[in-house]
Design a protein around this ligand. Structure first.
Ligand code: GLV
Length: 329
């Protein structure tokens, strides 16, 4: 007797390697557009599918999950799964997985790239040349901040925080960190010193954020924290926009509480067309490209597919976010 293949909806056109792994094993539907399909589509697909592959920002809330009568797994094609209501999924017996490790070095490269670009005003320099504003080599022209020997304060010391530490160490930076838990490896191997966040902010030349977005990190960096930072300091954020209170960051950059920022993530993505950041020279912007390399995105697609297939085969996926979930039969 022929059994029906599980139905799977993939919310964007992820790299072929991952899609090829699923083809033949499941009945696959890949959303054709580049844009978020929207909540109604997720409600409909959750109701009809056994598995979903989703990306950051897809609205997998409790109502969408509750619509999933047969839904066994939501496989997140990212490390950050803050747009999925994991508690609701756990209660409903739906597994949630993510793609850690494979994107660590790639994301750390971007964080360090933004740090360097903001410190040395690389984006601004590019714009000066293109707009015909480069008139001379000037002793005081476009001076930035030294990276070598400066103090870097990391907020969060997980995989990506440690990968940034390795890069910082080879630049001769002094490393400080604040995290929920002390990290012995970071202290031993990279000489990172643990500090309370408020102190870290007052002494760091650069602050880079590497914590997940949760109810306790949302708005972690607001007016008080930004005012505590040095006026010459630079903030780098490659985690999630909502860890920072964006309107306070705009003020901090406009009023000189800090000197610059390198940002890959925003409260609202894509960044609205009239956002103040667009008119500010002291902020360098990236359109959420932390893990965006050919090689890493391919690995993520394989990992997302493997997580999904394991769950649909009745196994425990390797990167299960909610291990206490009671499996649906
Ligand atoms: C990207 O933002 C990720 O969380 O992997």
């Amino acid at each position: 007797m022929k059994t029906m293949k599980p139905m799977v909806f993939v919310s964007r056109n992820i790299p072929d390697k991952g899609l090829d792994l699923m083809k033949g094993k499941v009945s696959l539907e890949v959303w054709p557009g580049e844009d978020n399909p929207g909540r109604d589509v997720f409600l409909e697909k959750a109701a009809s599918c056994d598995g979903l592959v989703v990306i950051p920002g897809d609205p997998i809330d409790s109502e969408v999950l509750a619509a999933g009568k047969f839904l066994k797994i939501v496989s997140c094609y990212a490390v950050g799964y803050d747009s999925i209501d994991v508690n609701a999924a756990t209660e409903l017996g739906i597994m949630v997985t993510n793609t850690p490790d494979v994107l660590t070095e790639t994301t750390a490269d971007l964080a360090f790239g933004l740090l360097l670009a903001a410190a040395r005003r690389i984006g601004e320099g590019d714009r000066v040349i293109r707009s015909g504003g480069w008139k001379h080599w000037g002793p005081r022209f476009m001076l930035g901040q030294d990276v070598s020997g400066a103090t870097l304060g990391l907020i969060g010391m997980g995989r990506i925080g440690q990968a940034v530490s390795r890069r910082a160490k080879s630049f001769g930076m002094n490393l400080l960190y604040y995290a929920r838990h002390r990290n012995e490896i970071a202290e031993r191997e990279y000489g990172a010193r643990y500090m309370e966040m408020e102190t870290l902010l007052t002494v760091s030349d650069f602050v880079s954020i590497h914590c997940p977005l949760t109810s306790s990190t949302e708005g972690l960096i607001g007016e008080r924290q930004l005012r505590a930072m040095k006026p010459t300091s630079i903030l780098v954020n490659t985690s999630r926009g909502r860890v920072v209170v964006e309107k306070e960051l705009v003020r901090a950059l406009q009023e000189g509480w800090i000197s610059g920022a390198g940002l890959d993530v925003f409260e609202k993505e894509p960044l609205p067309p009239d956002h103040p950041f667009l008119y500010m020279e002291n902020v360098i912007l990236c359109p959420h490209l932390g893990s965006a390399t050919v090689q890493t995105r391919e690995k993520m697609s394989v990992m997302a597919a493997e997580n999904l297939l394991a769950a649909l085969d009745g196994h425990t996926p390797r990167f299960l976010v909610n291990p206490t979930v009671r499996r649906k039969d």
